[in-house]
Design a protein around this ligand. Structure first.
Ligand code: SF4
Ligand code: SF4
Length: 86
């Protein structure tokens, strides 16, 4: 399980210090090479042990930027499209 940062990210850094598992990196450290902030799927816990909702999403000023569960991956994705494949 993990949250995903979508292409609506404005690179504000608000989420970085909020993550209890240090799973978020900026675009310079994105291992996929994409120019976007990235969440490590191996370490992101969706904050289940630490918070009621993902702390990164709570801190994020951009609505719909950080998604999980059944939320669509991008604005154009169909509602209900799973964003978590494992
Ligand atoms: S959901 Fe929690 S553990 Fe996952 S990236 Fe966001 S703050 Fe970090
Ligand atoms: S808080 Fe949201 S908009 Fe800001 S860097 Fe993180 S994901 Fe991007």
């Amino acid at each position: 399980m993990a949250v995903i940062i979508t292409d609506t990210c404005i690179s504000c850094d608000a989420c970085l210090d909020e993550c209890p598992t240090e799973s978020i990196v900026d675009n310079d450290e994105n291992p996929t090479g994409e120019d976007i902030y990235y969440v490590n799927r191996e370490t992101c816990s969706e904050c289940i042990a630490d918070h009621d909702t993902p702390a990164c999403a709570e801190a994020c000023p951009t609505e719909g930027c950080i998604v999980w569960g059944d939320a669509p991956k991008t604005e154009g994705a169909a509602a209900g499209e799973p964003c978590i494949e494992d």
